[in-house]
Design a protein around this ligand. Structure first.
Ligand SMILES: C[C@](O)(C(=O)O)[C@H](CC(=O)O)C(=O)O
Length: 326
């Protein structure tokens, strides 16, 4: 059966000879659909810097990245002041992701860390539903045990393939039930404990359930990274580049040549923030002044955070809050 739908200029559409009111916005493309289309319609590597709060996300958008990645390590460090040891819960992760994903409705899609899904299949389902409702475009879910840790630390443990697949199935079923385009990314941390072949087995099992993208965490060599792309082709793979972590340094150019489709840089904002803040505070301690470069006053920082757009909204609505500027 062929259904022809004609969308009219006013957004109404015709179907079965009748005019229908649009039930979905024709103007804002959901971030999940945007990301899905980027994966499907281009061959480009989608580069997503890791962001962990509103300011780091705003900076990444100012620089013009086409995608963003919300790091769980960064979220845990900035919201809880703790190390990436499975301490952030669904609430911490979802509220952070929701804020970042909604900073600019026309902005870059956000891929978010979902750790192990925060529990059994029921919790995974709840997590997926909340990420969808938060406007997250894609997320990765892994096979580490509940007492998880950063993928670039030693001593990681993973659950059995069977248990991991219950998480994956719960995620896929929830996505389908909610008719969401959210991009599912299966991550395996099994390399340390079980070796490369087991990782490929786990990722293939996730792929066969209908997961969109694979992530093998903690490659130990460039050859291994390249091999994984070939072993799983044409299934798209995501590369997590953590400089000074467990893996060799791989640039975006090299990742693109290897055939990766998405690349995240988990510590892209967190490490420079540590260096920048520490150096400024050391200066304050020793010199009695922060020493902020000229031009970097409150106004500049607020501009990065949408000052002009906010003023426009008020003025267009007839408000006089900014009649005399700021
Ligand atoms: C990708 C990751 O899950 C993250 O939280 O950003 C971390 C990054 C890290 O802690 O090195 C991970 O790789 O486990």
């Amino acid at each position: 059966m062929t259904i022809t739908i004609t969308v009219e200029k006013d957004g109404y559409y015709e179907g079965n000879g009748m005019r229908h009111e649009p039930t979905v916005s024709l103007y804002i493309i959901p971030a999940a659909s945007k990301l899905r289309r980027m994966l499907r319609d281009t061959r480009d590597l989608i580069v997503c810097p890791g962001v962990y709060d509103g300011l780091s996300a705003r900076i990444a958008m100012e620089v013009g990245f086409k995608g963003l990645y919300m790091t769980g390590a960064g979220t845990t460090a900035s919201r809880l002041g703790m190390a990436d040891l499975g301490l952030a819960q669904l609430h911490d992760m979802r509220t952070n992701a929701e804020m970042i994903a909604n900073l600019d409705p026309f902005g870059p899609p956000l891929i978010a860390d979902m750790d192990h899904g925060y529990g059994g299949p029921l919790m995974v389902s709840k997590s997926v539903q909340q990420y969808i409702q938060a406007g997250v475009a894609g997320f990765h879910i892994e096979d580490q045990v509940q007492n998880k840790r950063c993928g670039h630390l030693g001593g990681k443990k993973v659950v059995s393939l069977e248990e991991y697949m219950t998480r994956i199935r719960a995620a896929k079923l929830t996505k389908d039930r909610l008719h969401s385009d959210i991009v599912l990314i299966a991550r395996t941390d099994a390399l340390q404990q079980h070796g490369y072949e087991d990782c490929i087995r786990r990722l293939k099992a996730a792929r066969d359930i209908g997961v969109d993208v694979g992530l093998l965490e903690g490659f130990t060599s460039k050859e291994q990274a390249s091999q994984a792309v070939q072993d799983l082709a044409p299934w798209p793979l995501l590369l997590n580049m953590v400089e000074n972590g467990a893996s060799p340094v791989i640039t975006t150019k090299e990742a693109e040549e290897m055939g990766f489709r998405i690349m995240i840089f988990s510590f892209a904002s967190l490490a420079p923030a540590y260096l920048g803040i520490r150096s400024a505070l050391m200066h304050l301690k020793t010199e009695g002044i922060v020493g902020t470069p000229e031009g970097l006053g409150p106004r500049k920082l607020f501009e990065v955070c949408g000052l002009m757009e906010s003023m426009k909204v008020d003025t267009e609505a007839g408000g006089d809050g900014f009649a005399d500027g700021v």
